[in-house]
Design a protein around this ligand. Sequence first.
Ligand SMILES: Nc1ncnc2c1ncn2[C@@H]1O[C@H](COP(=O)(O)OP(=O)(O)OP(=O)(O)O)[C@@H](O)[C@H]1O
Ligand SMILES: [Mg+2]
Length: 454
Amino acid sequence: MVRKMIAVFERARSKRQNIKFSIALKATVLYTAMFGFIIAVSAGALSWAMSVRTMHFQNIERISSFVADHVMHERGGSFNFESFAEANNVYIEIRDPKSGFSAGFGKKPAGNTQGLESLRQVDTMGSRFFIKVSDRENIGIAGVLTPVTFFAAILALLAAAAVSGALLMRKMMRPVYQMTRTARSISAGDLSRRIDPVHSRDELQELADTFNEMLDRIQEAYNKQNRFVSDASHELRTPLSVISGYANLLRRWGNDDREIRNESVDKIIEETDNMQRLVERLLFLARADQKRLGVKYEKFCVSDLMDEIADETSLIGGQHKIMRSIERELYVTADRALIKQAVRAVVENSLKYTPAGGSITLSCVTEGGAVRLSVKDTGAGISTEDLPHIFDRFYKADVSRVRSVRGSSGLGLSIVKWIVESHGGQLKAESAKGSGTEIIMLIPCGGHALLTAN
Ligand SMILES: Nc1ncnc2c1ncn2[C@@H]1O[C@H](COP(=O)(O)OP(=O)(O)OP(=O)(O)O)[C@@H](O)[C@H]1O
Ligand SMILES: [Mg+2]
């Protein structure tokens, strides 16, 4: 269980090793920073404003108690309230509603004093005096910081956060916009366009890299397809021009010259056969590419199949010595017809490229959980430069020699490769110039135990 979890973690880590700072992380950090900034600014402003207001309140409370004390002890007459109010930058109002007495000292505040007032009442000399001290000092932001302005400031901060967030997001999403533009500009004729490298070390960098890799693959497949079409047309042109040549010969001399007539007809038939074989191979590969060819698994005795092919080869390969080294009663679960087609294509090559008198050995043994089918000849062999390419489509090694072998299209081994690989097997070639060739097919037993009858 723990091992499984570690494996899942490792897989996720290796998948995301290019992502150092994910978008999720960046967005979280960004929003946390913005949120923290708004909270810090608002809390700082609020606490500063509170402390300033408290200070002012304490001040006017002190002044108002001082004034009340003077009124109470009838020292009012000798005290200069006017200059006291001016010096403290406050407005003092003393009223007795009963007698209608009212006096104001200092400059009356023009408008709202934002609640910075102190009200007291003093009972003295049989009267009740109301004393009001209003703060006139400009207390700056603290004075402006009413609940309304506080919320307005929060809204302004939020708007600033939204604008900066949008700008940042826009910058982060730039590769996505570029990808959209690149995707729009790509056409079948021009697959060479790529997204500029992104160095954001996040999911977008991964997306851009993946997008470019996908374009590489599409371009490669497109080029391969184009090459296939042009190679196929080229291969079809040769037999067509031979047929056309002999048809012209027939038209001119066919009626008069019996020998020319017979030769032309024979050649036309031969080339038509070649063309038919070529078209069949092309169709096979086209179907294989479109995944329209299925592998029909069945359990069969592969030893019998190899014997069957060896017998058939002995009948047609009269000038070659056909030998066999076949382990008895080997069973495999595979597509019998396809395996037969593959072995026959390899045997066909050995017959074609081994001079008369040479020998061809068909062998069949078990190897691990697979059967090892091999065809070995004593023919011309394949040079080390050609060897890695013989499974490529239309590849013909030693062109001058192959040209003399009419009907070679260079498709046989690429079909064998498709068949072996679609069985989950392996195809290998061992050869050297002048010392024969061995083509080895490893076909897994399809998950079934290899059955050997006693
Ligand atoms: N047994 C062999 N001995 C020497 N050369 C070989 C042998 N098998 C394959 N080759 C070389 O590999 C090339 C590719 O083989 P492949 O079977 O794909 O094509 P082909 O035989 O030329 O044409 P096709 O099989 O389509 O008729 C051949 O052209 C030949 O040069
Ligand atoms: Mg061949």
